[in-house]
Ligand binder design. Structure first.
Ligand SMILES: [Fe+2]
Length: 202
């Protein structure tokens, strides 16, 4: 048995409806997808509370199906909460602690941007800048889906959504233009707040 509490979607910051280059209809549709991840997380945990654990099987079982897709729902929640929270700023070069970390670990803000952009172009769903606590530095990691390729003991501080749903309405297939718009709307104060909250040494 396992117990759980239902969670609610976080509210969308008003600034998200006035981004530069990422339209309101696109953000509103995107937010609805996020609400869907929260609903499915709650639904799956509810079903897991009553699932037949004796029937667990690696080929197919209700337990397996629920636990696999729980990771997709939770990934969708965590990724989008980062994504929505750190947009609404004016982009530019990173300042403060995150600026120092990026300069130290990538050489320059331009080099970081180029690597994150390339990672986003190569990913099928996500690119993250994350602080790896074991190596004590930032890396740009790639994800194909909400639940693929997480790296243990690393804390994401930038989450770039490159699923088509993030940009198709505004840019059709021009993902590079969307990534540029994403970078132009980053709120470095929010990112620095995370660096401080997680006590990432800079
Ligand atoms: Fe998304």
């Amino acid at each position: 048995m396992s117990t759980f509490e239902e969670i609610k979607p976080r509210e969308l910051k008003p600034a998200l409806l006035e981004l530069d280059g990422i339209s309101r209809p696109s953000v509103e549709a995107h937010y609805r997808l996020y609400q869907g991840y929260v609903a499915k997380r709650n639904e799956i945990l509810g079903k897991l509370a009553a699932v037949d654990r004796e029937a667990a099987n690696q080929v197919y079982s209700d337990l397996r199906a629920l636990k696999v897709d729980l990771t997709f729902a939770i990934g969708g929640i965590k990724n989008h909460e980062l994504y929505f929270e750190h947009l609404g700023g004016s982009g530019g070069n990173p300042s403060g602690a995150i600026g120092r970390l990026i300069d130290r670990d990538f050489g320059s803000a331009d080099a970081w941007r180029a690597d994150l952009t390339a990672t986003g172009m190569a990913g099928r769903g996500w690119a993250w800048t994350a602080y790896d606590w074991d190596e004590r530095r930032l890396y740009n990691y790639i994800g194909d889906a909400q639940n693929t390729f997480p790296v243990w003991n690393a804390t994401p501080v930038v989450a770039l959504d490159v699923y088509e749903h993030a940009y198709f309405l505004d840019y059709q297939t021009d993902r590079a233009a969307y990534i540029e718009a994403f970078l132009g709307n980053l709120d470095w104060e929010v990112v620095n707040g995370w660096v401080e909250a997680y006590r990432i040494p800079s």
